[in-house]
Design a protein around this ligand. Structure first.
Ligand code: 5AD
Ligand code: SF4
Length: 486
């Protein structure tokens, strides 16, 4: 995007901006539209933007918002960084190597910028909330035009106006924390038939290994009426599957003016006409209520899937992690869930090599894996995340010991996941079709309500439809099926 001093008087643009949100952002979107239209005209083509996402579902959803604003102000989407006039990296910082990955790619962005000085580069997301990162960018990566954090994603159009007004400077806008939630801005959904919906932002749990509470701020919930209105709009637009998103959805609603529980919200979401599947993540085991189990079990459009991160099977390590449940409490919770929903699919996150983890502690983790029999598990090697209490703990586990435990855990988790996946073989179940199969275009690929992947004969006309499929054969972690006569 061309930066120029001869653009409309930026002083006037900023002076006339309304103070109130979301009106202020609508105003900046309109102003940015005019500037970009003028630039596009001068170039004789539409400028392109490329938004690259690192990390979790929350970031993926934030990127849909960023793309929504950029498309709205006149950019065309591209997946190719080489073709882009505007590149934005939405970063993650949960593990130390996530940061290294971004620094690595900044070198490449610099080479692109040298070839094309008009290229605009923006960095946002969790990594930018770390003061050391911003210092490093200011010192060694001056070619970056815009740096902002996790709290002001919605402000992108305004920030771009600032960049255009100050072409020589690196515009930096990082907020420490905020209560602000700005509603009703444009969103570019990746899929037409399914969508994430944020129900809350931030986290109050401070697990001792985790940086998220520091970079995403304190917990704040969206109002239920805003959430339901968004879901009704999505349903009217043809969306069949909704994923409710929050760092810990089970503590939803505590800070609202009229507090409500997540189970109550879920019940209201499940009543929205046209929504066939509702998922949610992530659930902290300490906050998962019996009321939620009851609501899940009694509403067929709530998917029989729970992502329930255990992190460790050792009660001693769990205490050090500040997880606030014991192994026994976790297993008892799983028992209650399975009693109410015998077919439910359970998935988890596990960290190996937390400071002080002994072989006995690790055996406790393996024991939980054996007892719960997860449908899948994300396994992580503990990363000493600067800024977290665990990083300062003295008894860090040697790398070779952690690696050995990690390999043993992964093998066991995968074997069990294969066995678990096969338990539906021979049944006919509903599949929401997501795409034409990439390897074999005579097949389509979709998901069961429990999130397992199914490939079966079909064509693009099925995308976004829910169809009954006979699950012929389980191949490891996915099924090959055939359309069932309905
Ligand atoms: N090291 C390894 N894994 C981590 N996670 C969060 N912080 C760390 C860390 N410092 C994992 C947790 C969490 C998932 C999103 O990332 O398992 O549930
Ligand atoms: Fe991190 Fe724990 Fe919050 Fe999850 S619940 S985001 S692991 S602090």
């Amino acid at each position: 995007m061309e930066k120029g001093k001869d653009e409309p008087e930026f002083d006037r643009i900023f002076q006339n901006a309304p103070a109130k949100e979301p009106e202020r952002q609508y105003y900046f979107i309109e102003q940015a539209k005019k500037i970009v239209a003028k630039q596009n005209k001068a170039l004789g083509r539409r400028q392109k933007m490329c938004c690259v996402t690192f990390g979790c579902q929350m970031n993926a959803r934030d990127s849909e918002k960023l793309r929504g604003i950029l498309e709205n102000i006149g950019f065309e989407k591209t997946e190719e960084e080489e073709d882009a006039d505007f590149i934005i990296y939405n970063t993650c910082t949960v593990r130390e190597n996530a940061n290294q990955k971004v620094y690595g790619r900044l070198g490449y962005l610099h080479s692109l910028k040298k070839k094309r000085p008009s290229l605009m580069i923006a960095l946002c997301g969790c990594m930018m909330q770390e003061p050391e990162v911003v210092e490093k960018l200011k010192k060694s990566y001056r070619f970056v035009n815009l740096v902002f954090g996790t709290h002001n994603i919605y402000k992108l159009a305004e920030l771009m106006a600032q960049v255009l007004a100050n072409p020589q400077d690196m515009v930096i806008d990082i907020w420490k924390d905020t209560d602000r939630i700005v509603e009703n801005l444009p969103v570019d959904r990746k899929y037409s038939f399914k969508s994430g919906v944020n129900i809350m932002f931030g986290c109050n749990n401070f697990c001792s290994y985790c940086i998220v509470p520091y970079v995403r701020g304190r917990e704040r919930s969206r109002k239920p009426e805003e959430i339901l209105a968004e879901i009704r709009r999505l349903a009217a637009d043809g969306v069949r599957e909704i994923m409710l998103l929050g760092q810990n959805v089970n503590s939803y609603g505590k800070n609202l003016e009229h507090p409500m529980t997540f189970a109550e919200l879920l019940e209201q979401v499940s009543a929205v006409e046209g929504v066939d599947r509702i998922r949610f993540m992530t659930s902290h085991p300490k906050d998962l209520s019996d009321e939620l189990i009851r609501v899940m079990a009694s509403h067929p459009n709530i998917c029989p899937h729970l992502h329930l991160p255990v992190q460790s099977g050792s009660s001693r390590i769990l205490k050090e992690m500040n997880r606030r449940y014991t192994k026994e409490q976790y297993l008892a919770l799983v028992g209650r869930i399975r009693k109410a929903m015998p077919d439910i699919s359970l998935t988890t996150d596990i960290i190996v090599g937390f400071p002080g983890e002994t072989e006995e502690d690790f055996q406790e983790t393996l024991d939980v894996v054996e007892k719960v029999r997860y449908d899948s598990a994300f396994t992580f090697i503990y990363s000493r995340r600067t800024g977290t209490p665990a990083a300062a703990m003295e008894n860090q586990v040697p790398e070779n010991v952690v690696k050995d435990r990690f390999d043993r855990l992964l093998n066991r988790v995968q074997d069990i996941a294969r066995e678990q996946s096969a338990r539906f073989e021979g049944r006919t179940m509903d599949v929401l079709v997501e795409s034409v199969n990439e390897q074999d275009s005579s097949l389509v690929t979709g998901r069961l309500a429990n999130n397992l992947v199914v490939h079966f004969p079909g064509d693009a006309s099925l995308i976004g439809k829910i169809v009954p499929v006979h699950l012929d054969r389980c191949q490891g972690f996915y099924y090959l099926g055939s359309p069932a006569a309905s």
